[in-house]
Every structure is written in C-alpha cells, then in structure tokens.
Write a protein that binds this ligand. Sequence first.
Ligand SMILES: [Zn+2]
Length: 308
Amino acid sequence: MEDVYCFGGNPLDRASERRDDKDWIATQLDDPETRLLPLRDLKPFTRPSALPALDWQPVAPWRAQIDGGAPLIFLGLAEGRAHFAIDAAGADTPPDVDSELIDVRVLAPTIPQGEAAILAQARSLLDWHARHRFCAQCGSPTTMASAGWKRQCPQCRASHFPRTDPVVIMLAIRGEQALLGRNRRRPGGRFSCLAGFVEPGETPEEAVRREVHEESGVRCGRVRYLAAQPWPFPSSLMMGFLAEALTGEIVVDAEEIAEARWFTREEIRRMVARAAAGPDDPTQVSLPAPIAIAHHICRRWSSGLDEI
Ligand SMILES: [Zn+2]
C-alpha cells in the first residue's frame, strides 16, 4: 500500500451508482441514521470541545434548508449510513445546533485522517458549486444534479462536472543535495518543494521538468513519482515527485520565487524534524508542517526512504 497523507484515505463508499436515483436519495434523507455535515463559508461546523470533531448532524433540523434549495451533496456510505454535506451559507442555523466554525487548514491535522478526507471532498465540491453557477457554454444559470456531482444547463443541455486540478510538486536531487525554494508570497524563512500546475497537453513528468526549469533554471532528467494528496484549496491534486537534476546553477524566476538553493540531506533532515515538532521559528529556515505533502517528500528523501 502507498503512503497516505492528510486529506487522503477517504473511508466512504462513494456509491456513485446511487447519485441519479432520486427516490433512493430521498429515502436516505428520511432515515434518522443519516449524517449531514454543514459547512458555512467552506468551514465545517465543529463540536466545541477540547478535541475538535466534525459536527455530523441528523437531517431533520436541516429539512427547511434542504427544501429551500441549499446545495446538498451525497458524499457516500459508511457502515450502511448515508453521509451528506450541505452548504449552510446564508441559512439560519437550526436553534438546537451549537457549533463553531473552524478553518479546514487548522482543523484537518487535529481530526482523524478519514474525517479530514471527507472534509476535503465536501469542501472542494461545495466550493465548485458556489463558483460554477452559470453554464460555461451558453451563460445560462445551471442547476445541481446527480446528488451534487454534476451541474446541468436547462438551456443548452450541457453537463458540467466537478474539476480537480493536477499540480506537480517535486524535489530536484543532485547527489546528496536537494533544491528548495522560498515563495515571494510567504515572508520569513519558509522553504518548500517547487510546484506548479500541469498545463494542457503535458504529462506530469514533463510538467516537473518545465516547472523546475522555469522557477530555478535547473535542468532535470529522470523523474520518479512518489505519492499524491488531495488539496482542497480549492480543488487540487498534489502529485509528488523526485527529479534528477542534470545542472546545478540556479537562476530564479523573480516573479514567483524569492530564493532557491541547494540544501544538504542533513540540513533537510533537521528542517523536517523542526517542522514536525511545531510552528516555524522565524530565525531559522523552515519547511511546511506534516499537513502538506512537501513535508513528506522532504522527510522521505532526507531519511533515505526514497531515492531518485
Ligand atoms: Zn448552457
């Protein structure tokens, strides 16, 4: 089995064959065992306690919002129980619901892995619906269909499906050194793997070589896939790679990267340990926390688990 990182490992049976069965969906919504996860402004309702947990609700208190047309998504089945997400934006919170809203980035590392994965699924889908209300083909307002897995245009009959944007994220390796960059948008000493979107007409391996060259001037040869991570901000699939660097000279793309440099394996091992232990120390170079696949790419290479 491959390694699974935060937002991976979704335990639900998505039961996609049920999505178009309106009677079956209605039956699930009448079932007192069914669980509903409300999100507002893409933040999940959580039970206020020392250990935060997703506030899964019964359907009944939300019936008025569902009947009023609040976006509702069938997420899947677990132990026979249907799980839904609802966009509670603008809806009145039912009076007996006592919840807090916590940002997904903050909440995800503190809840069980499977719950974080379901949250990623719900957040990405609700965000997609909020931003795709009009037909890309004819401009008419579209309606939700297939229990939240499609939008349909009543005018030109086009179907629109939720998008996932592929991103390559990679560590270029030169012997015992690896290339990390510091983003312009993030102040301080935070370095990370280079990354970028796969473009149309490009394989992931080609995107790795192009992005490393564009951002750092370094040419890469062999590229090896490691693992992937859903990243629901809003809807990316982070695909992690090691790349064999063929050149060492660095010429940064000043638009995106403030600084790129080669780090030794030992330096990266120490940065991984610090990032796993807690928040950044502004006086030291740092790496992303374990929520991000960049952390694990660096961890695995620096500890000798993966080689190019
Ligand atoms: Zn249309």
